[in-house]
Structure formats: C-alpha cells, structure tokens
Write a protein that binds this ligand. Structure first.
Ligand code: MN
Ligand code: MN
Length: 464
C-alpha cells in the first residue's frame, strides 16, 4: 500500500460520495442474496394489499405477535398487531421508554399500480368475452398490453360470504391478456403519443372465446365465462358489484442479471419497503422506543380512504397507545419520529436526461434518504428539517448502513409524493427513506439486492 498524499487525505476528509457497495463491501453480496430469497417469496405471496396483509399476519403470528387489545397491559418486548379492514396492518414491539417520549414509526405501502375491474365489467363483442378495467395508480398504459395478467380479489356474495379470487398464479392456471395491434396495421396508432399508445378504454382484458352451447342464448361466450366463474367460485354477474378484483402481472419474482444482482418483480413499489420494514420489526426484541410498523393501503391514489394514511386510523392507534399509559397523545406525536419508507427513482443510464446525477440515487449504493419529494417547487412534499436529517443519518452511520441521498429526477421534470406529508400532518418528524427502483410502476420493476439489504439494515438501526 502506497502512502496517501496530503491531497488524497484532505479529499477523504472533506469530500463525500456514496460508494458502490459491491466494490466497498463485497462480503455483503452473499448476505443480500440470502436476504432477498424471503423477499421474493413475500412478493409472490402478496400481489394485492389484502394478500400482503394476510401473509404479513402469518409471519407476525409465527413470531408471537398477538392481536392488539386497546384495553390490554403490555411490557417491554411484547409484540402486537392491528389489521385495518383487511388492507392495512400495524405491528408494534413495546419499548423500554414511555410512549410519552415518542414512538418510532416506519410506514410503507402495500398497494401497487394495477388494473381494477369496473363494477360492471363483463361483456361480449364479436364472439369474444372481455372484462372492462379502470387503472389504479400511475401506470404507463402501453406497458400493460400483451403481457400475461392474473386475476386477484374478493367477492362478497349476496349471503354475505366472502370468496377469495385467484386465477393465473398456480402452475397450469390460465392467464388473461390485453391485445394490441400488429406492427403491420399500427401505422395510425404509431402516430399517437406514447401516453395514448393504449388508451384507458382499450385496456380490455380477454377472458374467453368459446360459447355456451345453446343457439337460443344471445351472448353465449359471456355466458360460458360466467358459468366457469360460477363453477369455480359460486358467483354471478351481480356479484361483481360487491367485489374488488385486481388484474396484476402474472409473472413471479425472479433474479435478474447473470450475476443475480437484482430482483425483478411486479409491485416492488412499495412492498420492497414493506418487507424490509417488516423484517426489521420482527427482528426487534426490546427496543428503546415503542415501534409502530405500518403497512398501508391507497398510497398510489393519494393515501385516500380509511385504509390510506390520509385518514385517522394510525392516529387512533397511537391514541390507544397513549391512553394505555394515560399520557396525552399530542405528547407522543410531538416526540415521535417516522421514516416514510418508500422507493425512489434510480438513475437509469439509458435515460439520463430526466435525472440530475449528483442528486439521484443509483443502484448498489444503498438505501436512499429523500429530504423532500413533490413537484413544481417541492409542492405536496414534506421537506424534512436539517435536525431530522442529522438524526437519521446519525442512526445509519452508527450501524454502518450504506445510504445515499436522492431526489426524484430533475427539477421540474416531474415528481411525486409519498405518505410523508400525511404523517407529518400529525405533528410527527418525518423523512422519506427507501430503495432505488428501475422501471418504477412498470409490470416488472427492478431493484438491487444490496440496496434491499441495506434498507433492512437502516430500518433495524432505527428500531434499536
Ligand atoms: Mn411508493
Ligand atoms: Mn408508487
């Protein structure tokens, strides 16, 4: 080893850059590979918010978590969970300090962009049966054509029984598909802007083409489709009005790259933070501060509804925690810290123009700390204070977490929001922290395993 020059020493002391983890700490590669085996399973088990809640509850109960009892008495290390309407879940490990000194909140979302069936979806046209959809969240519609889709959801039948729907995931299951034009006849369609490549009312899902054998029936292909659904699930056309059915990519999570350095899957925004947050929660034994791990719904359409974070369900949960210790909830809120655990856009060398590289996150450089999100001058952002940035950076540095800073794209190029603003609204110190994603919101998103692993490490350090 040659001795460092004065200039090299000075540069080391005064400058900063996020190292490539694979070069700086190659030993982490194997650990990250192992960690992501469970992550891929989590993705495959939970392709909707409801399925994600169900699998999360299974993992929580395996670790001894009990349903939360607001009248109960808990001591340090006790573990509880609360499910909100089957679509959001909160998990807590009670800490050593009183909640009056604040709780540590880690909030991720488990809904993802997809195609929802319309309330009256089924129709037949020229002897083909289709389902009408209304997309959920920000999708680039052209990406959802000619790709295999699976049907997931729930139906509440007239008698009140709930039926879980899932077609297209098991080996040998049929899948569904949206058709698109062949290039030979696409000259006119090619003139459309990319945003209109496939239009909203063209996202029609082909589900069948054989007729029910009876010449007296007016729409026999639709009838056969209904008959098959009725045989499998006991449902009728009217039951679609009492249903939530989500069409999602039928593809399973897989390793990407010859070196298997990435995970490719549907729904990584934001189940990637949900999984890392959940694993950190499960691994926490006797934390200093009580933990509040939130896996929430509805972030992709603005945190709306009573299972999204722009409702009071988390506030009510924290009120229950405060009441147990007979302390004012506002004291708990004021002293609490929240990581809004969500993904950011990873710098994409194929599309450099939309990024400002000095302030973009890059794959394999760790979790990304995002001071502010928003658009048009930080509008609809949370914009964390310097004190909070210092606190979170301090927590990560103390545990040797690889982290980087990043904002989503160039100024005025676009933007987006997270749950951060809604948590901050409760008077809680909040900052965004998550994983860089390539092809975000596409049917197949990519993330670096090293980044996943370091995000887990960051969340674990936060709950220490
Ligand atoms: Mn997200
Ligand atoms: Mn998103």
């Amino acid at each position: 080893m040659s001795k460092k020059t004065k200039g090299q020493e000075l540069a080391e002391a005064l400058t900063w850059s996020a190292p490539n983890i694979a070069k700086d700490a190659p030993k982490q590669i194997n650990k990250a590979q192992k960690f992501c085996e469970g992550y891929k399973k989590f993705l495959d088990k939970g392709k909707t918010e409801r399925e994600c809640v169900n699998y999360t509850v299974t993992l929580l109960e395996e670790k001894g978590y009990q349903p939360f009892d607001a009248e109960g008495h808990y001591k340090t290390g006790d573990k509880v969970y609360f499910v909100n309407r089957g679509k959001s879940v909160i998990a807590t490990t009670f800490g050593k300090k009183s909640v009056a000194e604040g709780v540590r909140i880690n909030g991720a979302h488990i809904d993802a962009p997809r195609l929802d069936l319309k309330p009256n979806p089924l129709y037949e046209k020229e002897d083909i049966a289709y389902l009408k959809t209304h997309y959920y969240g920000g999708i680039r519609k052209y990406q959802w054509g000619v790709t295999p889709l699976a049907m997931h959801g729930v139906v509440i039948k007239k008698d009140g029984t709930k039926v879980d729907i899932c077609i297209g995931e098991e080996e040998g299951d049929p899948v569904f598909c949206i058709t698109d034009l062949l290039p030979h006849l696409a000259a006119k369609q090619n003139q459309r802007t990319l945003a209109d490549g496939l239009k909203g009312e063209e996202l029609n899902i082909l589900i069948g083409s054989l007729p029910f054998q009876d010449e007296e029936v007016k729409e026999p292909v639709k009838l056969l489709a209904l008959q098959l659904l009725n045989e499998k699930y006991g449902i009728t056309e009217a039951d679609f009005f009492r249903a939530e059915i989500e069409m999602v990519p039928a593809v399973k999570a897989s390793d990407v790259g010859l070196d298997r350095s990435l995970v490719g899957a549907y729904g990584q925004d934001d189940r990637i933070c949900a999984y890392t947050a959940l694993m950190a929660e499960l691994a926490t034994e006797e934390p200093t501060y009580t933990t509040v791990t939130i896996l929430t719904d509805k972030e992709e359409i603005g945190s709306v509804g009573n299972t999204g974070l722009n409702s009071d369900y988390v506030l009510h949960y924290i009120e229950d925690l405060a009441d147990m210790e007979k302390v004012p909830v506002r004291r708990v809120l004021q002293n609490s810290t929240c990581l809004s655990a969500d993904v950011s856009a990873a710098y994409d060398p194929t599309f450099p123009d939309v990024f400002e590289i000095r302030n973009s996150c890059q794959i394999n450089r760790g979790c990304v700390l995002t001071k502010y999100t928003g658009a048009r001058g930080k509008s609809a952002s949370n914009d964390a204070g310097a004190e909070l940035m210092a606190k979170v950076i301090g927590i990560m540095d103390a545990e040797g977490v690889y982290w980087q800073a990043g904002e989503l794209g160039k100024v005025d190029e676009g933007g987006g929001g997270t749950i951060a603003q809604y948590v901050a609204h409760m008077d809680i110190d909040t900052v965004d922290l998550g994983v860089p994603i390539l092809s975000m919101h596409a049917p197949f998103e990519l993330a670096s395993k090293l980044d996943v692993y370091n995000t887990y490490k960051a969340f674990k350090a936060f709950y220490k």
